[in-house]
Design a protein around this ligand. Structure first.
Ligand code: ZN
Length: 54
């Protein structure tokens, strides 16, 4: 049980690297904002994919 609760807590966000434009989807807060594997720079949040559901 607790599936519904977990679903509300999770937020899918799209992050991208400003330098090489690589992007990926992560889930907050369980995942941290990753470093770009190519540039080794902190990726930035591009879009909150769950926001529109509220
Ligand atoms: Zn990069």
């Amino acid at each position: 049980m607790g599936v519904l609760k977990d679903r509300y807590k999770r937020e899918a966000v799209e992050v991208h690297c400003v330098q090489c434009k690589r992007s990926q989807i992560i889930y907050l807060p369980e995942e941290e904002i990753p470093l770009c594997p190519l540039c080794r720079k902190r990726m930035v949040i591009k879009e909150n994919l769950t926001e529109g559901k509220y």
